[in-house]
Design a protein around this ligand. Sequence first.
Ligand code: SF4
Length: 220
Amino acid sequence: MKLNKQGPGKIDYCDFTYNPISGRCQHNCPYCYMQGFWKRYPAMAELQIKEKHLQSNFPKKPAVIFTGSSTDMFGDWVPDEWIQRVLDKVRENPRHTFLFLTKNPERYADFSLMGLNNCWFGTTVDGTERTADNRHKLVWATSAYCGINRFLSFEPLLGPVESDLFGIKWIIIGANSNRGAKKTPMEWAYTLFKTAKNKGAKVWVKDNYGYPERIKEFPK
Ligand code: SF4
């Protein structure tokens, strides 16, 4: 089982990342740190499902596992069967909490998410036009499941976002940490934080934002 340990200085809102599906992501986000990696190592850019990862066991102690952190495993180019196998795997491991994050939230509608109470289904809203409708698409795609866990990742936050956070239980706010990236105004995070508080959603602000207050909430 290839789990990568996370924590302070890395992806601090999860204990591990887990990538049974890997390969070049076709969203081509300009801020993607993986694009350089795929260029340097073309063999790693090949889309694949790793059988070894799927067949081994998770740790005994309950953990938060960000599944699909290195590519968008819900991209339209990923075969249904592969995604289904990963969902089956997480279903067999209810003691762990699994986070999924995609820029293609409509794809959640292609799978049965019934009973996946140990999972969090998220989408990125980065403040650009491209992701402006993602909250709506996420809620639409998962609307058949009462009480489903949904979250939004505002990372990297590239512009101000006005969102009512309808249907959202948790938000993550982070900055673009690429070298030379513009500093993100504190007001953008504050606006989201205020809305989340009004709506009862939990908030996790990543250290890379430089927010003056430490906010690291994870919903129960
Ligand atoms: S969706 Fe994620 S993995 Fe895909 S290009 Fe964008 S940042 Fe990279």
